[in-house]
Design a protein around this ligand. Structure first.
Ligand code: FES
Length: 168
């Protein structure tokens, strides 16, 4: 039987934990593509490896995956407005692109460059097989996205679903 220490070691997957660091070296399914069905659709909540995130389909069709808490005052970006290639916080209007870079700060003077200094935690995504995959590890160790056969068949020949299962 595992000791309490070993159990903690093996089960914790948050940032900075041993297993969290390991799992962050792989692509993992984050959500089904249809959960963000079209550009500029409402954002959705995603919880991955102990991190509360928000996902949205950008105006250009890519999928953003970023920390849920706004870097300004921590408001939930789930309530943000997905518009013109970015997610805008509804509290004070800071806007972020899919890389987490702040691109607009309406409450700063026009000549301010403060927005360039603000970057939220954001993760790489790719789509394959009707699934949005996320890579949450260091960019320099990003592996190629695996393409099992079921991701290669036409959409109409595949059913993708997900469900919640509690385990350790
Ligand atoms: S809390 Fe998001 S812009 Fe202020």
């Amino acid at each position: 039987m595992l000791t309490a220490h070993d159990n903690e070691f093996l089960c914790r997957v948050g940032p900075g934990t041993a297993m969290g660091n390991l799992l962050r070296r792989f692509w993992m399914p984050a959500l089904i593509s249809t959960e963000v069905p079209e550009p500029d659709c409402p954002p959705v909540r995603v919880r991955l490896l102990g991190e509360d995130l928000v996902a949205w389909r950008n105006t250009d069709g890519s999928v953003g995956l970023m920390q849920n808490a706004c870097p300004h005052r921590g408001a939930s970006l789930f309530f943000g407005r997905n518009e013109e290639n970015g997610l805008r916080c509804v509290y004070h209007g800071w806007k972020f692109d899919t890389e987490g870079q702040c691109v607009d700060m309406p409450n700063e003077p026009a000549e301010s460059n403060f927005k360039h200094k603000i970057k939220a935690a954001a993760y790489l995504t790719e789509e394959a097989g009707g699934v949005v995959w996320a890579y949450m590890g260091p960019v320099e160790t990003k592996p190629v996205l695996p393409r099992p056969e079921w991701t290669l068949v036409p959409d109409e020949q595949r059913v993708v679903s997900r469900y919640w299962q509690e385990n350790n």
